[in-house]
Design a protein around this ligand. Structure first.
Ligand code: PSV
Ligand code: MN
Ligand code: MN
Length: 426
């Protein structure tokens, strides 16, 4: 299903007057407080988040999977779904592919399709957590860290192949997430596993084109439940530093032990110029797949405060690869992704409202109460009219979830693709 421009303008007509009232009221208030509203709106409009190719179908859990029907079963259909998201939100202008799930059959055609829909190919993800059909070696006991040289070589070669695939599509980064670790004490020698991983990553790094980045993702546990080789930002940073300037740490919000201070991690990595990528999601217990902002929206805001600070004050840190990394078990994936995109934009907009000068002054005065007032003043602002304006300016809709439903997108997808559909994914 392709959403037409006329459908968008027709839809927007109904809500325009209301939007204008709300926007004018808020813009007036913010301008009086010294904010440059049009600058904030353009920053929101520019902010683009990649959609992972594995998040467009029902993910399921190890207990079962419930289909949504009309799921995309080819890469072309996945890109079409992202185009739906992008037409409505104007924030989803990129896709992040997982190899080998999404190897294109016709590179020129897929590039042409994505170009026409204004969708870029962001970081490519390798997969050494599953055994591939006809593969000579198994990853049961790890990939880049494995005690077997043959397994490590197979995993290194896979990553080099992924780089080649991404290069043909215009990607500029490889994300490496490893499931490697151990499930029982004594199973692994920590030092050997870490050193093997470092050596393997260096071999992959050698195959990285000059203008590419390598993003090293960490995760404390799952699928291994005793130890994970790259378990935290310290391990990731050591490995990135061991590879070189083009290797960075990637922070995934859900990959932390409960109550970790993620905003502090993000801040220090930017100071060191080593934050390369960011995966959005939310979690309540130990999961890494819930809708962004659905559980801890204030934490997301505090993280965005540090990201905004870093983007403005840390030229040593590169532009980040932003991606949503969630899985959808009971919600329609497209609706869930729309909600995530909205939550990201909302947290970003609120962070842009923090008066950084006043905050610095209050910090220098040790005025702890004022510091909190400044942060919470920004957080309590209803910024949704700014998001609406940013979308409108780019040709998107006022209310993406509402538009998705009133255009009956899922209904159309079911008509086109049928009910018996399965998408590759996590
Ligand atoms: C597994 O936890 C995971 O969700 C990681 O976050 C990766 O980014 C993603 O899978 C894709 O490999
Ligand atoms: Mn991730
Ligand atoms: Mn994850």
């Amino acid at each position: 299903m392709k959403i037409q421009k006329e459908q968008i303008s027709d839809y927007n007509k109904k809500g325009l007057e209301n939007h204008n009232d709300n926007f004018d009221f808020l813009a007036n208030k913010l301008s009086k407080q010294g904010h440059n509203v049009s600058d904030i709106v353009s920053k929101l409009a520019e902010f683009q988040v990649a959609i992972p190719s594995w998040a467009l179908g029902a993910g399921g859990t190890r207990f079962g999977r419930f289909s949504f029907y009309g799921e995309p079963s080819t890469l072309e259909q996945k890109i079409d779904d992202i185009a739906v998201l992008h037409s409505l939100t104007q924030t989803a202008g990129a896709v992040s592919l997982h190899i080998p799930w999404d190897i294109p059959t016709d590179y020129a055609a897929i590039k042409e399709q994505a170009d026409a829909l204004n969708i870029k190919f962001d970081a490519v993800n390798s997969n050494t957590f599953q055994d591939q059909k006809d593969a000579a070696e198994t990853y049961k006991y790890g990939s880049l860290s494995n005690i077997s040289k043959a397994v490590r070589e197979q995993a290194i070669q896979h990553n080099l192949d992924v780089i080649k695939i991404g290069d043909k599509l215009g990607s500029k980064a490889l994300t490496v997430w490893l499931a490697d670790g151990s499930s029982f004490p004594g199973q692994n020698n920590f030092q050997t596993a870490f050193q093997n991983t470092q050596d393997s990553l260096i071999d992959i790094y050698k195959g990285l084109p000059d203008d590419w980045k390598m993003l090293v993702e960490y995760k404390p546990y799952e699928p291994n439940f005793y130890s994970t080789v790259i378990q935290d930002w310290g391990a990731s940073l050591m490995l990135a530093n061991g590879c070189g300037d083009k290797a960075y740490t990637l922070v995934d919000l859900g990959h932390h032990l409960p109550n970790s201070n993620i905003e502090q991690i993000v801040s220090i990595l930017q100071l060191k110029g080593k934050l390369g990528g960011f995966h959005f999601n939310d979690s309540k217990y130990g999961d890494d797949d819930l809708t962004v902002g659905s559980i801890k929206p204030y934490a997301l805001f505090l993280i965005f405060n540090e990201l905004v600070y870093g983007m403005e004050n840390n030229p040593q840190n590169p532009d980040l690869a932003w991606m949503i990394d969630a899985s959808h078990n009971i919600k329609d994936p497209l609706e869930d992704l729309i909600q995530s995109l909205e939550a990201i934009q909302e947290a970003y907009a609120k962070a842009l409202l923090i008066d950084q000068k006043a905050l610095k002054a209050a910090q220098l005065d040790n005025d702890v109460v004022k510091c909190q007032e400044i942060l919470q003043g920004a957080y309590r602002t209803d910024v949704r009219p700014l998001l609406e304006k940013a979308r409108l300016n780019k040709g998107g809709v006022l209310n993406p979830i509402n538009a998705y439903r009133s255009l009956d997108v899922r209904g159309h997808l079911i008509k086109e693709r049928g009910k018996n559909t399965v998408a590759t994914g996590l």
